[in-house]
Design a protein around this ligand. Sequence first.
Ligand SMILES: Cc1cc2nc3c(=O)[nH]c(=O)nc-3n(C[C@H](O)[C@H](O)[C@H](O)COP(=O)(O)O)c2cc1C
Length: 333
Amino acid sequence: MSIFAVDMKKIANIEFEDIPLLLAPMEGVTDPPFRHACKEQGADIVYSEFISSDGLIRDAVKSVRKLGFVEGERPFGVQIFGNNVEPMVEAARYAERYNPDIIDINFGCPVKKVASKGAGSGILNNIPKMIEITAAVVKAVKTPVTVKTRLGYDSEHKEIVDIAERLQDVGIQALTIHGRLRTTKWGEPADWTLIGEVKNNPRMTIPIIGNGDVVDGPSAKHFLDNYGVDGLMIGRATYGNPWIFREVKHYLKTGELLPPPDVCERVRVSKAHLVDSLNYKKDEFYAVMEMRKHWGLYFKGFVNFKQFKLRLMEAKSIEEVSSILEEVEKYYN
Ligand SMILES: Cc1cc2nc3c(=O)[nH]c(=O)nc-3n(C[C@H](O)[C@H](O)[C@H](O)COP(=O)(O)O)c2cc1C
């Protein structure tokens, strides 16, 4: 049984009114406070950052902590990565105890320390092992298993059409394809042609989620119209912009662009993010530090924002940050 009954826009027993928009798992970005901000603006599925299978089975604090989520985040996917069957099976069982809605396997990470060990996108040069790991994980857990991967290892091996069939055959319930190869550089645009080929392969019955370079309503519509995927996953365009989910949904429904959020809304969301960070980090100083990477993004394009950013970067308490944010609101209103 597929977890999306494609025409009904469904994942497992969760129905979506419209084409689902997924927040991409992003290491160092998609912690619970960031996910909450995106969820509030309409993200239909959110994922953990990727979690090392070896870390999980060693009970490493950093890895275990990434499994945490709150009920309001559902549907929630845990993403694991690794290069061997046994640790991946054990990690999936470990993750299942936290009762996520999805266990996603990362076969797409190109970062050297991951890929050079044959995990993430490194496994794209060993397809039999990729299939073996996936089959074993699917068998080991009751939670629906999905995969996120790339088009292939390099330009000589754009094998995703075949890989997708084989992953489906061993029981994954949805496939996310990032339209890049392991070797593609970030500057190069994502190539959706093969994502479309996978989607239009009559052998494929599971939902195909497209990923790469969705930045706004028009780009989302372009990829949907041209490649017919069952869902869109959005990564970098969410930085400082959780509103992208609301904007894309509005555009897909009406063909109209929403005006960008005003300063009051930006202040409201960034304050909520700060409070969430405090609840998550349980330490005022670390929560304030964590927010430093978000200030410039939440107020990107605001003329003269530098003066406030400099002060926000030096602030050490929630009270200080809140009072600067109030000044920001007054200044731009
Ligand atoms: C900072 C950063 C961290 C990422 N971490 C992960 C990760 O943990 N797991 C994963 O599957 N992909 C990860 N990715 C890839 C994204 O999920 C996504 O596939 C990629 O950014 C392309 O989508 P976009 O063009 O919408 O950004 C990461 C990307 C970035 C920029």
